[in-house]
Design a protein around this ligand. Structure first.
Ligand SMILES: [Zn+2]
Length: 179
């Protein structure tokens, strides 16, 4: 578990979402803004995922506030914002982003393939895949699913219209028009 140094006050989700810049990927995104004296990246896909839904896709607990934190092990202090929910015991619960189609099975870093999940649910989920959720993804998120998962999706095809491709095996499943 990473140790975080926390700085400053809590920020409401609305306050942070108003500052977001378009998503940028790569090591040195250009989109920084100052937040109470510290330069911060506001281009993170993670913030956009939280903006899409503040609640955990699994248990429904809702992210309540952001705090500015830095990883103690990093050499240079670069703050980022972490979103927290509060559970029934009054404890903070870190909110994370989860890949619906896991990365190791060909999932992409796209807003449609990511959802908000609290850290306990994310840890419990592990590498499990939810076929029904994956089948609801847009075609653009299903262009390189792993062969094993593709077999599961083929199996589920009888229940859902779907269009998935695996570039390695050149297998394609064509989306059927809903009856
Ligand atoms: Zn949860």
């Amino acid at each position: 578990m990473a140790q975080y140094f926390r700085k400053g006050r809590r920020y409401s989700p609305a306050e942070i979402f108003a500052l977001l810049l378009p998503v940028e990927t790569g090591k040195r995104p250009a989109g920084t803004r100052e937040l109470d004296g510290d330069p911060m990246y506001f281009t993170s896909l993670r913030y956009h995922v939280f903006k899409k839904d503040l609640c955990c896709a699994s248990c429904g607990i809702q992210g309540q506030y952001f705090v500015k934190e830095a990883n103690l092990t990093s050499e240079r202090t670069r703050y980022h914002l972490n979103l927290y929910a509060v559970n029934e015991a009054g404890e903070e619960v870190l909110m994370t982003k989860d890949h619906i189609l896991p990365r190791k099975r060909g999932g992409k870093d796209t807003l449609t393939n990511l959802e908000t999940m609290c850290s306990p649910c994310n840890a419990a989920k592990g590498a499990r895949t939810d076929i029904d959720r994956i089948l609801q993804l847009p075609d653009s998120d299903l262009t390189n699913v792993s062969p094993r998962l593709l077999a599961d999706l083929l199996d589920a095809r009888t229940r859902h219209p779907i269009n998935v491709t695996n570039h390695t095996t050149h297998l394609t499943v064509t989306r059927k028009e809903p009856a």
